[in-house]
Write a protein that binds this ligand. Sequence first.
Ligand SMILES: NC(=O)c1ccc[n+]([C@@H]2O[C@H](COP(=O)([O-])OP(=O)(O)OC[C@H]3O[C@@H](n4cnc5c(N)ncnc54)[C@H](OP(=O)(O)O)[C@@H]3O)[C@@H](O)[C@H]2O)c1
Length: 322
Amino acid sequence: MFAVYAASPQPDNPLAALTVGERPTPEAPEGWVSVSVRAASLNMHDLWTLRGVGIKPEQFPMILGCDGAGVLEDGSEVVLHSVIGDPAWSGDETLDPRRTLLTELHQGTFADTVIVPKRNILPKPSSLSFAEAACMGTAWLTAYRMLFVKSGLRPGQTMLVQGASGGVSTALIQLGRAAGYRVWVTGRSEEKRALASSLGAHDVFESGARLPERVDAVFETVGKATWSHSMKALKPGGIIVISGSTSGPDANAELQRLFFLQLRVVGSTMGTRDELADLLKFCALKDIRPQIGLTLPLADAVKGFEAMQAGETAGKIVFTHA
Ligand SMILES: NC(=O)c1ccc[n+]([C@@H]2O[C@H](COP(=O)([O-])OP(=O)(O)OC[C@H]3O[C@@H](n4cnc5c(N)ncnc54)[C@H](OP(=O)(O)O)[C@@H]3O)[C@@H](O)[C@H]2O)c1
């Protein structure tokens, strides 16, 4: 079958590992289903995989793509939950020590067909297109958990999103606005800040800018480049929810500020199947459609990877099947 995959780990030149070609069509074992992929979205995680981060060398070649939407053999339209856990695990799947994300152990969604455990499919809401539904399983689910499970924010409080145009950032802006939070966003260019405003940000700022007042919560995926600003942006007792460190993990911890102002730092990763179901319902109730900046046929996936690597994002990048 047609697939876009990582041939081998390439730590310094990830796109050199990106291969467009043929891979064997997978057969679904007992308890799994075969999904004909209609759309899948690109995540920074796919670039990490090409670099060999979060995946063992023996897992290559690996078909990329952590999330997607498609059709089962009986014609039902589905969205994928890409946290694949131990069948014996009960409770929050993201806390299962044996869980993996699609592409870490099992082949991903940038292909004609993907196989997943039956529990990892949810009905696709009719309100979302396949391309829109394909944004939900990773970036949007991560944003949902950061906002509604981890932050403890109440409507009316102020949130700061570091980064304006990324997949997780745009989801945070759209969801935060719909939930009644005051949404402030930093962005690296005027164009990116304008995008954030168009998606519902109440105010936008240059990266690192002094804010008019301190905020209740900061949402971090950038890491080193924005961390000090995030710590300084918080009210006493405020919270940072972090799910990524795109610019690097080795930030100045600002430990004195942490204890003196009694700040809280909370990690967040992906979300549960139930949280994905609730996210889909929330989007339908609030008529939210994920911001998609670039849609490409899967055969042109390289262009999408190049755009993400260059930081040229304007929301999600989605690959569709003809
Ligand atoms: N833990 C999890 O479950 C989970 C799930 C999803 C994503 N993540 C992580 O979250 C991060 C974002 O993922 P994504 O898919 O949303 O990526 P993306 O679409 O490429 O977005 C990148 C974002 O990072 C910002 N950014 C990058 N470098 C920056 C810098 N030097 N200074 C300021 N801002 C910078 C960009 O801000 P501008 O708009 O201003 O350019 C943009 O908003 C990645 O590290 C990813 O691995 C983690």
